[in-house]
Design a protein around this ligand. Structure first.
Ligand code: SF4
Length: 232
């Protein structure tokens, strides 16, 4: 199976009743300014080449962002900053990400999320996180040859991702590292000798940006390190 085939199954997933109801309700009510949009209102698959050496992992699609446009981080303030930064760093073909048909391409980077459906208040439950973790694990298995550097956007994604990595043969430092902005953890795969460098960054959410918990410079610096680690 390929990632493309996996994504074709993912977009039909209805395993989380609360999130299914929310993603569809948002599509019915629609935010002013988006009344003419036909919302995607389904699970949002990862975006970017399957052979990318760098993987970025976010929290979940925004109700009126990815849940509207059908592409990760597309059409919301988080994506505005993320893609402008990736363009500045030379791995996104354009600085804006408006809808899934806008021609944007990523080079050497794939973006996915811990949870693929938009949650109310941007807060999935732990049960929803654990359920969607299955998709994340399958995606990681199918990425070929697999990333060598991962940028984790926020503590929620960190908590979702690390158990997946541990379950797929990566040895984590003990005690298991906790999330922090700018931190780097090196994982090893004992059998193959491969290494995976995992970096933490505060999520570029609207709230984190407006409160300056994360600034464009802070995000850029971590992403720069992830790209260098990935050889991009
Ligand atoms: Fe399926 Fe994940 Fe969406 Fe839950 S959050 S319905 S597991 S795609």
């Amino acid at each position: 199976r390929t990632v493309t085939e996996l994504d074709a199954h993912l977009i039909d997933c209805r395993a989380c009743p609360r999130l299914v109801a929310w993603r569809e309700e948002v599509a019915t009510v629609k935010r002013p300014g988006f009344r003419d949009w036909e919302y995607w209102a389904r699970p949002v698959p990862g975006f970017g080449p399957a052979d990318a050496p760098v993987l970025l992992v976010g929290l979940a699609p925004a109700a009126n962002g990815g849940n509207r446009t059908g592409r990760m981080f597309t059409g919301d303030p988080s994506g505005d900053l993320l893609f402008a930064t990736l363009h500045e760093l030379g791995v996104a073909s354009q600085p804006t990400s408006i809808d899934r048909g806008d021609g944007l391409e990523l080079c050497g980077v794939r973006i996915t999320a811990a949870v693929h459906c938009a949650p109310p208040d941007n807060r999935p439950t732990t049960a929803e996180r654990d359920r969607c973790r299955t998709w994340l694990a399958r995606e990681l298995e199918l990425l070929d040859p697999g990333p060598v550097a991962v940028g984790v956007l926020g503590g929620f994604a960190w908590q979702a991702l690390l158990p997946v990595l541990a379950a797929t043969g990566w040895r984590l430092p003990a005690p298991r590292p906790t999330f922090g902005h700018g931190m780097e953890v090196i994982l090893t795969q004992p059998l193959s000798g491969r290494q995976l460098r995992v970096f933490g960054s505060y999520h570029p959410s609207r709230r984190n940006i407006s409160t300056r918990i994360v600034t464009p410079a802070m995000l850029r610096e971590v992403l720069r390190r992830v790209l260098v680690a990935g050889g991009v």
